[in-house]
Design a protein around this ligand. Structure first.
Ligand code: ATP
Length: 247
């Protein structure tokens, strides 16, 4: 298999605070790879380094063999990014935002298809400042996909979405992957990781404490708990935070 994203011994600190402490992982082509971790674990910092938005202090990152900082212009054409809590000008309309972002790419997706898939049809003329949190979230997903990326980095994909919109978004992401797109997904939701991710890295205090399929992690958690079965949440809780030292 070909690695689309390769992160080796990534290290990043903010002043005295070590946010990412020698994180390594590889994401294979066509894979949905999850990054799970508690608040402040270092997930966003890690993916911002992958996107070239932050410069690592140490370590190597390659995306399609490109260096995200040095080769940013080239990588932008192949990488779709959903930014956590991104803001657009208040007066920009949904349709205008998509047209604007579309113009940045050599081979963009069809905005109408994307808007239909994300339920943005009815709010094409709505200004960004008037969108609900869930509508902003759906627009941020559309903007991550408008460039027809070969790899998409999605940070908190479905935060703020209602249950129906979450399920529709999951289906869309599965369709996008079926088209050969590799996906790096940051999530707090264990059900989302179980549904979508082929493999997940669990990050705790800047370190990868587990990296495996959701099924393997739950199986190991069940064995550790001496229980017939366990959930990914059981595995996550056992691996992170206060209980981390028992593993
Ligand atoms: N710009 C910054 N300056 C200083 N410290 C920062 C900065 N960005 C993040 N941090 C700190 O680095 C650590 C990792 O933050 P990061 O945002 O990467 O975590 P996260 O896992 O994405 O958290 P969350 O789930 O809350 O989004 C945290 O302790 C955070 O307070």
């Amino acid at each position: 298999m070909t690695a689309v994203i390769e992160v080796q011994e990534l290290h990043k600190r903010y002043g005295d605070k070590v946010a990412v402490d020698d994180v390594s992982f590889r994401v294979e082509e066509g894979e949905i790879f999850g990054i799970l971790g508690s608040n402040g674990a270092g997930k966003t910092t890690t993916v911002e380094c992958v996107e070239g938005l932050r410069r690592a202090d140490r370590g190597t990152i390659r995306v399609f063999g490109l260096d995200p900082v040095r080769d940013r212009a080239e990588l932008t054409q192949r990488l779709g990014v959903q930014l956590q809590g991104a803001h657009l000008p208040e007066k920009l309309r949904v349709g205008e935002a998509l047209e604007l972002y579309r113009s940045f790419y050599r081979r963009p997706a069809d905005p109408a298809t994307l808007m239909a898939a994300l339920g943005l049809d009815g709010i094409r003329q709505t200004r960004f400042g008037k969108l609900s949190g869930g509508q902003q979230q759906r627009l941020s997903i559309a903007l991550a996909l408008i460039g027809n990326p070969r790899v998409a980095v999605l940070d908190e994909l479905t935060t703020g979405l209602d249950p129906r919109a979450r399920r529709e978004t999951w289906r869309l992401i599965e369709d996008v992957r079926a088209g050969g797109v590799t996906i790096l997904l940051v999530t707090h939701f264990m059900d989302e990781a179980e549904r979508l991710c082929d493999r997940v890295a669990v990050i705790d205090a800047g370190r990868v404490v587990a990296l495996d399929t959701p099924a393997a992690l739950t199986k190991r958690a069940a064995a550790d708990l001496g229980a017939p079965r366990a959930t990914l949440e059981d595995a996550f809780v056992a691996l992170t935070g206060e209980n981390a030292d028992v593993h």
